[in-house]
Design a protein around this ligand. Structure first.
Ligand SMILES: [Zn+2]
Length: 188
């Protein structure tokens, strides 16, 4: 599959469709164990493995599109099982690469990958996965837009900083839909 440009709205819409398709209610947080089980049920080639913390270098998770395998480090796996925001975000990010059809091996590191600086294509895929992860954990629906960042953080088990970012994303999408004169933002 070719890497496609997607607008933020398209990424949000796909994340919402996938979230619903996997049987998650719009008003509930993603449950990690259910997510893994449902991905396996939906995509028979999909596998995931728990690996030792240092086995991926700096990375906390890795998606390999050829092997269709998601590797998750012990710390992230345990954190995601407990519903911790940072860990869930790392998992959702890797799931984003998987369900957006990105081809390659993607390491999810806290600091981002150095290769991103040199490859616009990779940068674009990483941007999409980041946006997707937030949209997968916090769906864009009218009811969700009514919540403040604290409400988003509590309900969807994301960190406060991630909730603040997502809250402003949802707000700017709202403005876009009510004011058509807003300049179309197709940033490079
Ligand atoms: Zn990534």
């Amino acid at each position: 599959m070719r890497h496609a440009f997607l607008t933020d709205e398209q990424i949000d819409a796909r994340a919402l469709a996938h979230r619903r398709g996997l049987g998650f209610r719009d008003d509930r947080a993603i449950d990690f164990a259910k997510l893994m089980a449902r991905l396996k049920a939906r995509y028979p080639n999909f596998t995931y493995e728990r690996v030792a913390d240092d086995s991926l270098g700096e990375a906390e998770a890795q998606w390999d599109s050829q092997a269709k395998r998601l590797l998750i480090t012990d710390t992230v796996f345990d954190g995601a099982e407990r519903g911790e925001g940072r860990a869930l975000m790392a998992v959702a990010h890797a799931v984003g690469h998987a369900l957006l059809g990105h081809e390659g091996t993607f390491n999810r590191s806290p600091a981002g990958s150095p290769a991103e600086r040199f490859s616009p294509k990779l940068r674009s895929m990483e941007y999409q996965a980041r946006r997707y992860a937030a949209a997968f954990l916090i769906p864009d629906t009218p009811a969700v837009r009514a919540l403040d960042a604290t409400g988003l953080s509590r309900r969807y088990h994301v960190s406060m900083s991630a909730a603040i970012v997502r809250h402003s994303e949802l707000r700017s999408g709202e403005n876009a839909s009510v004011s058509p004169s807003r300049p179309g933002g197709v940033a490079g």
